[in-house]
Design a protein around this ligand. Structure first.
Ligand SMILES: NC(=O)c1ccc[n+]([C@@H]2O[C@H](COP(=O)([O-])OP(=O)(O)OC[C@H]3O[C@@H](n4cnc5c(N)ncnc54)[C@H](O)[C@@H]3O)[C@@H](O)[C@H]2O)c1
Length: 327
């Protein structure tokens, strides 16, 4: 469904890490893309499209844009990929309001405009593994019932999911919710690899690791993430007639923070680095709100015929090499 030329897709957060890779793929498939972004991460990720007729950039902030402006942007749009958010889990300790604003308020404003326009065929919402909180079922599947996030990031994203689903049913909007594990690779500007590379560039003898290093999470490469996203999108809008649906998107395993530190050190060609664990808070977490154990079940996505190319260890290696060329 997203392959015919002249399909017009709005990507909010399209200048960010995941959004810009989706923009590349959507344009490659022949779609016309409108990016709506406040450019808090800059414009570099999409600068190669700025002269192209396939991309229109609207600089604006979803959290305080007028409804009239938003309605104008939505005119003629077929699909919306809503990826604008503040994805930094860690800031919740000091600044929960930013999560509330950039995640919940921004999503509410978009949905309010969406219910007032005609012609939009559907919405894809970028959610996260953090909505599951501290799941007791690892790998966690989409049906895991006790969704009690432990970060304000996870809480606001779960709130967004609830709003998206409610709008889907109340206002007859088709909505696909994708819960991503940790995604990394070229253009990532937050997360553990970026943090380690920056620290090691400053001091190649010592690496401070937040927490006790035993935190284990699933990492997926951005190429797998885009591929999985398009698989779920094509299934939902092309083959299914459901009003809304949720898919987990991740890799098949998990990796510890300690192992990530070793890989990054290795890929940087450093030796004798003193890895210092801060021991963290609440039993070894990197920060309050840090889920210590995360791995998503990807069986539902697999049932569509999709398989990840890379496991977590391969992802970390490739992403480190890519990011070392950029940072
Ligand atoms: N990167 C991950 O590992 C990961 C994992 C799970 C879910 N997600 C979700 O995927 C989406 C993209 O994440 P990312 O890692 O690419 O983040 P990112 O920070 O690289 O990109 C987010 C983009 O949204 C824009 N933005 C933020 N608030 C905005 C606002 N109020 N109005 C307009 N634009 C705004 C930013 O300028 C940025 O370009 C987010 O919704 C995030 O919650 C990311």
């Amino acid at each position: 469904m997203l392959t015919p030329t002249n399909t017009r897709v709005l990507v909010t957060g399209g200048a960010g890490f995941i959004g810009s890779h989706l923009v590349d793929a959507l344009i490659q498939l022949g779609n016309r893309v409108v990016v709506l972004d406040n450019l808090s991460m800059g414009v570099d990720n999409i600068k190669h499209h700025l002269e192209s007729r396939s991309l229109e950039l609207v600089v604006g902030d979803l959290a305080d844009m007028s409804e009239q402006q938003l309605l104008r942007i939505l005119e003629g749009v077929d699909y919306i990929f809503h990826y604008a958010a503040n994805p930094e889990v860690r800031i919740g300790e000091d600044d929960p309001k930013t999560h509330f604003r950039d995640n919940l308020v921004a999503t509410f404003n978009l949905l309010e405009a969406l219910r007032k326009v005609n012609g939009v065929k559907g919405l894809v919402f970028a959610s996260t593994s953090t909505v599951y909180g501290e799941s007791e079922n690892i790998p966690t599947d989409e049906e895991y019932w006790e969704k009690l996030p432990i970060s304000t990031y996870g809480a606001t994203k779960l709130g967004c999911e609830a709003l998206v689903n409610a709008y889907a049913f109340t206002f007859d909007i088709r909505a696909l919710i994708l819960r991503y594990a940790n995604v990394t690779g070229s253009r990532a500007r937050h997360g553990v690899i970026v943090d380690f590379i920056k620290k090691l560039k400053e001091n190649p003898q010592r690496l401070e690791v937040l927490g006790d290093g035993t935190q284990e999470k699933s990492y997926m490469h951005i190429s797998d993430c885009v591929d999985a996203t398009l698989t779920a999108v094509n299934h939902f809008f092309g083959e299914s007639s459901k009003k809304s649906e949720v898919f987990n998107i991740g890799s098949e395993d998990k990796i510890s923070v300690k192992r990530i530190a070793e890989i990054v050190i290795d890929e940087m060609g450093l030796e004798g680095v003193d890895i210092v664990f801060t021991e963290g808070v609440d039993g070894g977490r990197g920060w309050r709100g840090d889920v210590k154990l995360m791995q998503l079940s990807i069986n539902k996505l697999r049932s569509l015929g999709w398989e990840p190319k890379y496991n977590s260890e391969q992802t970390i290696k490739i992403a480190t090499q890519e990011l070392l060329r950029e940072l």
